[in-house]
Write a protein that binds this ligand. Structure first.
Ligand SMILES: [Zn+2]
Ligand SMILES: [Zn+2]
Length: 422
């Protein structure tokens, strides 16, 4: 996990730099595809994902080394060929995993976050799950295990394969000629994120688009059908942690409420969006019908709140980078506590962005908790060793958090309660 934390230490500024570049480019060509609150929400979703992954939380049901040990028919040496084979089987597994996520109720929960943005830009690529708590992906790597692809090759390729899915989340690149027949391009992936009837659940490939063409899920972007982005049941919140568990919560409620025992069991494995008929009637859920005329989520936001959200995002990102930098010295218990601060931080300031009144409680309590840690340890997770007055700045940040929470909940003039409750 420490190597992963180190990789993230370098990858995070790289991805953030590219997001900033896209924002700058959009501004320059007067075709901005970002809006402040959505982008802050997307980036904070990315923070929660990398913190969760770096801590290795979750239950691994099956691991690749285990499968390799029991299934390998041959052993291929780590020549260039093995990298090519590993890449193709990994991409093949990725296609099916993605297809499973789109089509099965239970699996959709861990993928909905990626589709929850109603914009489409590089930041939306960083909306990645924290609700992927069951590690079953290795099962899809059985072909790799049979061929005896070494674990190290998969371990190196997997993050590269994931990072290589970042660039095509943009509206600034058009169709790419012959490449459209080989790899997933921005045009194809715009289709994937669209909720238009023509486009939904299409283009599930990750790097190669050949799987979509082979298995009938390919759809070209059509000039006469401009993609409309989001999910059919809008998230209605900027809080990425809530979005991660919204669908699961709906499933739990439906399974609990239905009177049909067979439905209680099968709801988890039914196609995404399927609901037992009795609860569907009794507790209807709003679904977007006219994709060209739905109201995007946009609770009232003053410039002050926008600026404050950006400030919170920057400090949280800096804190997380420090956590990765000092990963081995903090120790696992410390990392869990640090991770909790990052999660509560994202939860708190995105709830404030939602204009939910209870945000003030989270902000005041996490502010006090932060001050307490600094007071008790006279340090901030080892920051003192690098920056002797650093903990005063962190303490100051927590004081701002307390007052920010109070100010934006009770005193800001433009406050209008959001009536959009999911
Ligand atoms: Zn998807
Ligand atoms: Zn995507």
């Amino acid at each position: 996990m420490e190597t992963y934390a180190t990789a993230l230490l370098y990858a995070t500024p790289f991805f953030l730099g590219l997001v900033l570049f896209e924002i700058g480019y959009g501004h320059f060509v007067k075709n901005q595809k970002h809006n402040v609150m959505d982008t802050v929400s997307s980036l904070s979703s990315g923070l929660t994902n990398v913190v969760k992954d770096s801590l290795g939380l979750g239950i691994i049901l099956v691991s690749y080394p285990f499968l390799l040990e029991h299934l390998a028919l041959t052993e291929i040496k780590a020549t260039w060929l093995v990298w090519v084979i590993a890449f193709v089987v990994l991409d093949f597994a990725g296609y099916w995993n993605h297809r499973l996520s789109h089509h099965i109720n239970f699996f959709w929960n861990q993928h909905v976050i990626h589709h929850s943005s109603e914009e489409f830009n590089l930041a939306c690529a960083l909306r990645q799950p924290v609700s992927n708590l069951l590690g079953y992906f290795a099962l899809l790597l059985i072909p790799a295990a049979l061929l005896g692809v070494p674990h190290e090759v998969i371990a190196v390729l997997a993050p590269i394969h994931l990072f290589a899915q970042f660039w095509y989340h943009t509206q600034h690149i058009g169709k790419m000629g012959w490449l459209e027949y080989v790899i997933v391009t921005p045009s194809q992936h715009r289709v994937h994120h669209a909720i238009n009837a023509e486009y939904i659940d299409k283009n599930l490939g990750q790097i190669l688009c050949i799987w979509d063409r082979m298995f009938g899920t390919f759809q070209e972007e059509l000039d006469e059908v401009p993609p409309q982005y989001g999910v059919l049941k809008p998230a209605q919140t900027w809080n990425p942690i809530v979005i991660n568990f919204q669908h699961l919560w709906r499933l739990i409620q439906d399974a609990w409420r239905t009177n049909n025992y067979w439905d209680k069991f099968r709801i988890w494995f039914m196609p995404t969006g399927w609901r037992p008929s009795d609860v569907k009637e009794k507790y209807p859920v709003q679904i977007i019908e006219d994709v060209y005329n739905f109201r995007k989520y946009k609770p009232d936001a003053s410039n002050a709140l926008k600026g404050y959200s950006i400030f919170q995002l920057i400090v949280t990102t800096a804190m997380m980078l420090f956590m990765f930098y000092n990963y081995s010295d903090i120790g696992f218990d410390g990392l869990l506590l640090f991770g909790a601060f990052v999660f509560c931080g994202v939860y708190g300031f995105t709830t404030l962005m939602d204009r939910a009144k209870y945000a003030v409680w989270i902000e005041v309590l996490r502010g006090l908790a932060g001050l307490l840690v600094i007071f008790m340890t006279n340090d901030w997770f080892g920051l003192h060793a690098y920056w002797s007055t650093g903990n005063y700045f962190v303490a100051f940040y927590f004081v701002i958090t307390i007052f920010g929470g109070i100010y934006f909940t009770y005193f800001e003039k433009s406050y209008v309660a959001s009536k959009l409750v999911s």
